[in-house]
Design a protein around this ligand. Structure first.
Ligand SMILES: *Cc1c(COP(=O)(O)O)cnc(C)c1O
Length: 349
Protein backbone atom coordinates (compact mmCIF):
# COMPACT_ATOMS: atom_id res chain seq x y z
CA UNK A 1 0.00 0.00 0.00
CA UNK A 2 1.38 3.42 -0.90
CA UNK A 3 0.29 5.92 1.73
CA UNK A 4 -0.74 9.41 0.70
CA UNK A 5 -2.12 10.02 4.17
CA UNK A 6 -1.08 13.44 5.50
CA UNK A 7 0.11 12.04 8.82
CA UNK A 8 1.09 9.57 9.89
CA UNK A 9 2.54 9.44 6.44
CA UNK A 10 4.65 7.27 4.22
CA UNK A 11 7.88 6.73 6.09
CA UNK A 12 11.19 7.54 4.48
CA UNK A 13 12.78 4.60 2.65
CA UNK A 14 15.86 4.65 4.87
CA UNK A 15 13.91 4.20 8.13
CA UNK A 16 14.23 0.37 8.35
CA UNK A 17 18.00 0.60 7.93
CA UNK A 18 18.33 3.40 10.49
CA UNK A 19 16.16 1.47 12.96
CA UNK A 20 18.49 -1.50 12.70
CA UNK A 21 21.49 0.83 13.07
CA UNK A 22 19.92 2.35 16.19
CA UNK A 23 19.46 -1.10 17.74
CA UNK A 24 23.00 -2.08 16.87
CA UNK A 25 24.57 1.14 18.11
CA UNK A 26 23.60 0.66 21.76
CA UNK A 27 22.08 4.15 22.00
CA UNK A 28 18.63 2.76 22.87
CA UNK A 29 19.97 1.40 26.16
CA UNK A 30 21.89 4.54 27.09
CA UNK A 31 20.30 6.91 29.55
CA UNK A 32 19.46 10.46 28.54
CA UNK A 33 22.18 12.03 30.68
CA UNK A 34 24.91 10.00 28.98
CA UNK A 35 27.64 11.29 26.68
CA UNK A 36 26.19 9.20 23.87
CA UNK A 37 22.82 10.93 24.20
CA UNK A 38 24.43 14.36 24.35
CA UNK A 39 26.36 13.57 21.16
CA UNK A 40 23.16 12.41 19.46
CA UNK A 41 21.33 15.60 20.44
CA UNK A 42 24.19 17.73 19.10
CA UNK A 43 24.17 15.80 15.83
CA UNK A 44 20.40 16.14 15.47
CA UNK A 45 20.29 19.87 16.27
CA UNK A 46 23.26 20.58 14.01
CA UNK A 47 21.67 18.83 11.04
CA UNK A 48 18.25 20.41 11.58
CA UNK A 49 19.74 23.90 11.81
CA UNK A 50 21.87 23.41 8.75
CA UNK A 51 19.32 21.71 6.50
CA UNK A 52 16.30 23.80 7.44
CA UNK A 53 18.19 27.11 7.68
CA UNK A 54 17.25 27.75 11.28
CA UNK A 55 18.97 30.88 12.67
CA UNK A 56 21.95 30.03 14.86
CA UNK A 57 20.55 31.85 17.90
CA UNK A 58 17.28 29.88 17.91
CA UNK A 59 16.95 26.88 20.24
CA UNK A 60 15.42 23.54 19.31
CA UNK A 61 13.65 21.33 21.85
CA UNK A 62 12.32 17.80 21.62
CA UNK A 63 8.69 17.21 22.55
CA UNK A 64 6.40 14.25 22.03
CA UNK A 65 4.06 15.84 19.47
CA UNK A 66 2.62 19.04 18.12
CA UNK A 67 -0.29 18.64 20.51
CA UNK A 68 2.13 18.63 23.42
CA UNK A 69 3.63 21.86 22.06
CA UNK A 70 0.19 23.52 22.38
CA UNK A 71 0.23 22.49 26.05
CA UNK A 72 3.83 23.55 26.66
CA UNK A 73 3.17 26.98 25.19
CA UNK A 74 0.05 27.50 27.28
CA UNK A 75 1.88 26.35 30.41
CA UNK A 76 4.89 28.54 29.69
CA UNK A 77 3.07 31.80 28.98
CA UNK A 78 0.11 31.53 31.33
CA UNK A 79 -0.51 35.19 32.08
CA UNK A 80 0.01 36.40 28.52
CA UNK A 81 -3.13 36.55 26.39
CA UNK A 82 -2.91 34.58 23.18
CA UNK A 83 -4.76 35.45 20.01
CA UNK A 84 -5.39 32.61 17.58
CA UNK A 85 -5.95 33.20 13.89
CA UNK A 86 -7.24 30.15 12.01
CA UNK A 87 -9.46 28.84 9.26
CA UNK A 88 -9.59 25.13 10.09
CA UNK A 89 -9.69 22.32 12.62
CA UNK A 90 -6.08 22.26 13.84
CA UNK A 91 -5.90 26.01 14.44
CA UNK A 92 -9.21 25.81 16.27
CA UNK A 93 -8.07 22.92 18.48
CA UNK A 94 -4.97 24.89 19.45
CA UNK A 95 -7.20 27.82 20.40
CA UNK A 96 -9.42 25.53 22.48
CA UNK A 97 -6.39 24.05 24.24
CA UNK A 98 -5.02 27.50 25.10
CA UNK A 99 -8.39 28.72 26.28
CA UNK A 100 -8.87 25.66 28.44
CA UNK A 101 -5.43 25.89 30.05
CA UNK A 102 -5.03 29.67 30.34
CA UNK A 103 -8.50 31.16 29.99
CA UNK A 104 -7.19 34.24 28.17
CA UNK A 105 -7.26 33.19 24.53
CA UNK A 106 -9.05 35.08 21.77
CA UNK A 107 -9.52 34.24 18.13
CA UNK A 108 -10.15 35.44 14.63
CA UNK A 109 -11.54 32.99 12.13
CA UNK A 110 -10.89 33.66 8.45
CA UNK A 111 -12.36 32.11 5.32
CA UNK A 112 -10.72 29.16 3.64
CA UNK A 113 -10.31 30.99 0.33
CA UNK A 114 -9.08 34.22 1.91
CA UNK A 115 -5.74 35.52 2.99
CA UNK A 116 -5.58 36.81 6.55
CA UNK A 117 -6.54 40.46 6.73
CA UNK A 118 -3.86 41.71 9.09
CA UNK A 119 -5.83 44.87 9.85
CA UNK A 120 -8.45 42.72 11.57
CA UNK A 121 -5.93 41.51 14.12
CA UNK A 122 -6.40 43.60 17.26
CA UNK A 123 -3.39 45.49 18.51
CA UNK A 124 -1.84 43.81 21.50
CA UNK A 125 1.52 42.80 22.86
CA UNK A 126 0.65 39.23 23.70
CA UNK A 127 0.99 36.08 21.69
CA UNK A 128 -0.21 35.53 18.14
CA UNK A 129 -0.85 31.92 17.14
CA UNK A 130 -0.99 30.81 13.52
CA UNK A 131 -1.19 27.50 11.68
CA UNK A 132 1.23 27.70 8.78
CA UNK A 133 -0.27 24.79 6.90
CA UNK A 134 -3.83 23.89 7.88
CA UNK A 135 -3.71 20.14 7.33
CA UNK A 136 -7.48 19.76 7.65
CA UNK A 137 -8.35 21.85 4.59
CA UNK A 138 -5.17 22.17 2.52
CA UNK A 139 -4.48 25.88 2.96
CA UNK A 140 -1.32 27.71 3.93
CA UNK A 141 -0.29 31.16 5.07
CA UNK A 142 2.01 32.86 2.60
CA UNK A 143 5.46 34.10 3.48
CA UNK A 144 4.35 37.66 2.62
CA UNK A 145 1.49 37.47 5.12
CA UNK A 146 3.79 36.13 7.84
CA UNK A 147 6.30 38.91 7.19
CA UNK A 148 3.53 41.50 7.24
CA UNK A 149 2.29 40.19 10.59
CA UNK A 150 5.84 40.23 11.99
CA UNK A 151 6.28 43.85 10.82
CA UNK A 152 2.94 45.01 12.22
CA UNK A 153 3.37 43.30 15.61
CA UNK A 154 7.05 43.67 16.48
CA UNK A 155 6.37 43.33 20.21
CA UNK A 156 4.19 40.26 20.07
CA UNK A 157 5.48 36.74 20.33
CA UNK A 158 4.45 34.99 17.14
CA UNK A 159 3.97 31.22 17.41
CA UNK A 160 3.43 28.95 14.46
CA UNK A 161 2.18 25.40 14.14
CA UNK A 162 4.07 24.16 11.07
CA UNK A 163 3.37 20.48 11.63
CA UNK A 164 2.55 19.57 8.04
CA UNK A 165 5.01 21.90 6.30
CA UNK A 166 8.26 21.88 8.30
CA UNK A 167 10.81 19.76 6.51
CA UNK A 168 8.94 20.17 3.22
CA UNK A 169 8.99 23.85 2.36
CA UNK A 170 11.24 26.81 3.10
CA UNK A 171 10.18 28.56 6.29
CA UNK A 172 11.42 31.99 7.23
CA UNK A 173 12.13 31.16 10.87
CA UNK A 174 13.18 34.72 11.66
CA UNK A 175 9.58 35.86 11.02
CA UNK A 176 8.29 34.17 14.18
CA UNK A 177 9.36 33.27 17.72
CA UNK A 178 8.15 29.71 18.05
CA UNK A 179 7.74 27.07 15.35
CA UNK A 180 6.77 23.49 16.03
CA UNK A 181 5.97 20.26 14.21
CA UNK A 182 5.64 16.54 14.73
CA UNK A 183 7.87 14.27 12.70
CA UNK A 184 5.24 11.94 11.17
CA UNK A 185 4.34 14.42 8.41
CA UNK A 186 6.96 16.01 6.15
CA UNK A 187 9.92 14.38 7.90
CA UNK A 188 8.58 10.92 7.01
CA UNK A 189 9.32 9.42 10.44
CA UNK A 190 7.22 7.22 12.71
CA UNK A 191 5.04 9.28 15.11
CA UNK A 192 5.96 10.04 18.71
CA UNK A 193 8.35 12.97 18.47
CA UNK A 194 7.92 16.70 18.01
CA UNK A 195 10.34 19.59 17.63
CA UNK A 196 9.86 23.10 18.94
CA UNK A 197 12.09 25.89 17.66
CA UNK A 198 12.30 29.04 19.79
CA UNK A 199 13.74 32.52 19.37
CA UNK A 200 15.82 34.23 22.05
CA UNK A 201 12.88 36.61 22.63
CA UNK A 202 10.54 33.72 23.41
CA UNK A 203 13.06 32.16 25.79
CA UNK A 204 13.69 35.47 27.52
CA UNK A 205 9.98 35.97 28.08
CA UNK A 206 9.56 32.40 29.35
CA UNK A 207 12.47 32.94 31.74
CA UNK A 208 10.91 36.16 33.08
CA UNK A 209 7.57 34.47 33.65
CA UNK A 210 9.14 31.46 35.35
CA UNK A 211 6.05 29.33 34.74
CA UNK A 212 8.00 26.19 35.48
CA UNK A 213 5.85 24.50 38.10
CA UNK A 214 4.24 22.61 35.26
CA UNK A 215 6.90 20.16 34.25
CA UNK A 216 5.92 20.62 30.63
CA UNK A 217 7.32 24.11 30.25
CA UNK A 218 9.64 25.89 27.86
CA UNK A 219 11.89 26.99 30.67
CA UNK A 220 12.42 23.42 31.89
CA UNK A 221 13.20 22.33 28.34
CA UNK A 222 15.65 25.24 28.04
CA UNK A 223 17.44 24.49 31.31
CA UNK A 224 18.03 20.90 30.26
CA UNK A 225 18.86 21.68 26.62
CA UNK A 226 21.71 23.91 27.81
CA UNK A 227 23.23 20.49 28.64
CA UNK A 228 21.94 18.95 25.35
CA UNK A 229 19.40 16.96 27.36
CA UNK A 230 15.66 16.71 27.96
CA UNK A 231 13.70 17.01 31.25
CA UNK A 232 12.14 13.56 30.90
CA UNK A 233 13.23 10.36 29.19
CA UNK A 234 12.70 11.15 25.52
CA UNK A 235 11.92 9.10 22.45
CA UNK A 236 15.57 8.24 21.79
CA UNK A 237 14.75 6.07 18.78
CA UNK A 238 12.78 8.95 17.25
CA UNK A 239 15.62 11.36 17.92
CA UNK A 240 18.11 8.93 16.38
CA UNK A 241 15.95 8.57 13.27
CA UNK A 242 15.45 12.32 13.03
CA UNK A 243 19.21 12.93 13.32
CA UNK A 244 19.90 10.49 10.49
CA UNK A 245 17.07 11.65 8.23
CA UNK A 246 17.96 15.32 8.80
CA UNK A 247 21.63 14.53 8.16
CA UNK A 248 20.75 12.98 4.81
CA UNK A 249 18.22 15.63 3.78
CA UNK A 250 18.94 17.81 0.80
CA UNK A 251 18.99 21.60 1.19
CA UNK A 252 15.40 22.65 1.97
CA UNK A 253 15.19 25.03 -1.00
CA UNK A 254 15.62 22.03 -3.32
CA UNK A 255 12.93 20.02 -1.55
CA UNK A 256 10.66 23.08 -1.62
CA UNK A 257 11.14 23.41 -5.38
CA UNK A 258 10.41 19.74 -5.95
CA UNK A 259 7.24 19.78 -3.82
CA UNK A 260 5.98 22.94 -5.53
CA UNK A 261 6.39 21.40 -8.92
CA UNK A 262 4.62 18.20 -7.79
CA UNK A 263 1.81 20.28 -6.27
CA UNK A 264 1.42 22.17 -9.54
CA UNK A 265 1.16 18.90 -11.41
CA UNK A 266 -1.58 17.67 -9.07
CA UNK A 267 -3.39 20.98 -9.51
CA UNK A 268 -3.35 20.88 -13.28
CA UNK A 269 -4.57 17.30 -13.21
CA UNK A 270 -7.39 18.19 -10.82
CA UNK A 271 -8.56 21.09 -12.94
CA UNK A 272 -9.06 18.70 -15.88
CA UNK A 273 -10.97 15.97 -14.03
CA UNK A 274 -14.78 15.78 -14.38
CA UNK A 275 -16.06 14.61 -11.02
CA UNK A 276 -13.40 15.72 -8.54
CA UNK A 277 -11.98 19.21 -8.01
CA UNK A 278 -9.44 21.04 -5.93
CA UNK A 279 -11.05 22.09 -2.66
CA UNK A 280 -9.06 25.31 -2.47
CA UNK A 281 -9.62 27.51 -5.51
CA UNK A 282 -7.40 30.45 -4.57
CA UNK A 283 -3.85 29.46 -5.40
CA UNK A 284 -2.45 32.14 -3.10
CA UNK A 285 -3.69 30.21 -0.08
CA UNK A 286 -3.38 26.66 -1.41
CA UNK A 287 -1.03 24.34 0.47
CA UNK A 288 1.99 22.83 -1.27
CA UNK A 289 2.18 19.83 1.04
CA UNK A 290 -1.46 18.79 1.51
CA UNK A 291 -3.69 18.69 -1.57
CA UNK A 292 -7.38 18.67 -0.62
CA UNK A 293 -9.79 17.30 -3.21
CA UNK A 294 -13.53 17.89 -3.19
CA UNK A 295 -16.55 16.09 -4.58
CA UNK A 296 -19.96 14.64 -3.65
CA UNK A 297 -19.93 12.24 -0.69
CA UNK A 298 -20.74 9.23 -2.84
CA UNK A 299 -17.86 9.87 -5.23
CA UNK A 300 -15.49 10.49 -2.32
CA UNK A 301 -16.54 7.21 -0.71
CA UNK A 302 -16.12 5.25 -3.94
CA UNK A 303 -12.83 6.76 -4.93
CA UNK A 304 -11.28 5.92 -1.56
CA UNK A 305 -12.41 2.29 -1.90
CA UNK A 306 -11.21 2.03 -5.52
CA UNK A 307 -7.88 3.59 -4.53
CA UNK A 308 -7.38 1.03 -1.77
CA UNK A 309 -8.00 -1.77 -4.25
CA UNK A 310 -5.19 -0.32 -6.35
CA UNK A 311 -2.88 -0.17 -3.32
CA UNK A 312 -3.25 3.58 -2.80
CA UNK A 313 -4.18 4.97 0.59
CA UNK A 314 -5.82 8.41 0.35
CA UNK A 315 -6.18 10.68 3.37
CA UNK A 316 -9.75 10.98 4.68
CA UNK A 317 -11.34 14.39 4.73
CA UNK A 318 -11.00 16.01 8.15
CA UNK A 319 -13.69 17.24 10.53
CA UNK A 320 -16.55 18.99 8.76
CA UNK A 321 -14.94 18.11 5.41
CA UNK A 322 -14.86 14.37 6.19
CA UNK A 323 -17.51 13.34 3.68
CA UNK A 324 -16.93 15.84 0.92
CA UNK A 325 -13.17 15.69 0.52
CA UNK A 326 -10.08 13.54 0.62
CA UNK A 327 -6.49 14.64 1.08
CA UNK A 328 -3.25 13.79 -0.65
CA UNK A 329 0.03 14.22 1.20
CA UNK A 330 2.70 15.80 -0.97
CA UNK A 331 5.53 15.02 1.43
CA UNK A 332 9.21 14.56 0.56
CA UNK A 333 9.37 10.82 1.29
CA UNK A 334 6.81 9.95 -1.39
CA UNK A 335 8.60 8.86 -4.55
CA UNK A 336 7.92 10.35 -8.01
CA UNK A 337 6.94 6.94 -9.38
CA UNK A 338 4.39 6.56 -6.58
CA UNK A 339 2.92 9.93 -7.45
CA UNK A 340 2.66 8.81 -11.07
CA UNK A 341 0.62 5.78 -10.03
CA UNK A 342 -1.80 8.02 -8.13
CA UNK A 343 -2.08 10.50 -10.99
CA UNK A 344 -2.82 7.70 -13.44
CA UNK A 345 -5.59 6.58 -11.10
CA UNK A 346 -7.07 10.04 -10.50
CA UNK A 347 -7.18 11.21 -14.08
CA UNK A 348 -10.20 9.03 -14.94
CA UNK A 349 -12.36 10.80 -12.38
C1 LIG B 1 -1.02 16.61 12.65
C2 LIG B 1 -1.15 17.98 13.16
C3 LIG B 1 -1.17 18.25 14.53
C4 LIG B 1 -1.17 17.17 15.57
O1 LIG B 1 0.02 16.45 15.54
P1 LIG B 1 0.23 15.36 16.71
O2 LIG B 1 1.57 14.77 16.38
O3 LIG B 1 -0.88 14.37 16.59
O4 LIG B 1 0.22 16.07 17.99
C5 LIG B 1 -1.24 19.56 14.95
N1 LIG B 1 -1.28 20.57 14.05
C6 LIG B 1 -1.26 20.35 12.73
C7 LIG B 1 -1.29 21.51 11.80
C8 LIG B 1 -1.19 19.05 12.24
O5 LIG B 1 -1.15 18.83 10.91
Amino acid sequence: MISFYPGPSRIHNDIPKYMMDACGSGILSENHRSEAFVALTKECMGSLKEKLNIPEEYWIFFTTSATECWHILANSFQAIPSFHIFNGAFGEKWFETSQCLKGNAGFLRFEREEEINIFQIPHQRGILCLTHNETSNGTEISEETLSAIRARFPESLIMIDATSSMGGVVLNFAAADVWFASVQKCFGLPAGLGVMICSPAALEKAAQLKNNKEYDSMINLYEKMKLWQTPCTPNVLGIYLLAKIAGGMEEISLTDKKLRSQANDYCSLLTSTNTIQLLVKNEKVRSKTVIAVQSQPEIIRNIKIAAREKGLLLGNGYGELAETSFRIANFPSILPEEIDVLKQFLKFY
